[in-house]
Design a protein around this ligand. Structure first.
Ligand code: AMP
Length: 221
């Protein structure tokens, strides 16, 4: 199972990814998390990526493609993967398809979780994330039991720099201009599956889980 999650920022990709991981035990690669860790560690990648991220822009393809393809070559990803936040451009999608093709693998499905822009703004401006393991909360819709503290691992909840309102708007523009073309790209390859991300996380999850279970069955036949 080689799965990709696509959708605007704040669509709930991270939330669904956590659940899909639990359901199917797929290794999860989120380029946003990889990049934030690189920024926090002060690596060369992090230093180069930070300004783009803080400005709501994509980091250049040549920076991120190598990092992701290397992660996919790890033993962890040998039997399948769940990608979140990659690919985000047609060039990234081409690079991924080519790299998989070289080793006789292919994408199983692309799961598009879609939500309207105004819902994205509402969600992201209240989003909080635990500093340690990226568990996510929302100050109004999904608050932790104790304010500012992760229910799951007790670490501090923080607001991502790019979840500030002025950056959210830029990230949406970036999504529509650079990432949304992937919808047609994967639809043309008959890989796209659509989910209504404005439903509750549990409703979206039920639908996603059923779809993946069917894909697995089809794969096994
Ligand atoms: P995310 O957590 O997926 O919203 O990613 C946070 C930020 O990391 C994005 O706004 C981009 O600046 C950067 N980023 C993450 N994934 C990619 C990617 N595949 N290509 C370019 N930039 C990315």
């Amino acid at each position: 199972m080689n799965l990709i999650l696509v959708g605007p920022p704040g669509a709930g990709k991270g939330t669904q990814a956590e659940r899909i991981q639990q359901d199917f035990g797929l290794p999860y690669f989120a380029t946003g998390n990889i990049l934030r860790a690189a920024v926090a560690d002060g690596t060369d990648l992090g230093k180069q990526a930070k300004a783009f991220m803080d400005d709501g822009k994509l980091v250049p393809d040549e920076l991120i493609i190598g990092v992701l393809l290397e992660a996919l070559q790890s033993a962890d990803a040998a039997d399948g993967f769940l990608l979140d936040g990659f690919p985000r451009t047609i060039a990234q999608a081409d690079a991924l398809g080519e790299a998989l093709g070289k080793v006789g693998r292919k994408i199983t499905a692309v799961l598009l979780i879609d939500v309207p822009d105004e819902e994205v703004v509402r969600r992201l401006s209240g989003r909080r994330e635990c500093a340690k393991n990226h568990h996510t909360y929302h100050v109004d819709f999904d608050p932790p039991k104790h304010e500012g503290v992760c229910d799951q691992d007790g670490s501090k909840l923080i607001q991502r720099d790019d979840d500030k309102p002025e950056v959210i708007k830029k990230r949406l523009v970036t999504y529509h201009e650079q990432t949304e073309p992937l919808v047609d790209y994967y639809e043309g390859r008959d890989l796209l599956r659509r989910f209504d991300g404005s439903r509750t996380p549990t409703e979206v999850h039920d639908h996603v889980r059923a779809t993946i279970a069917t894909l697995r069955l089809e794969d096994a036949i």
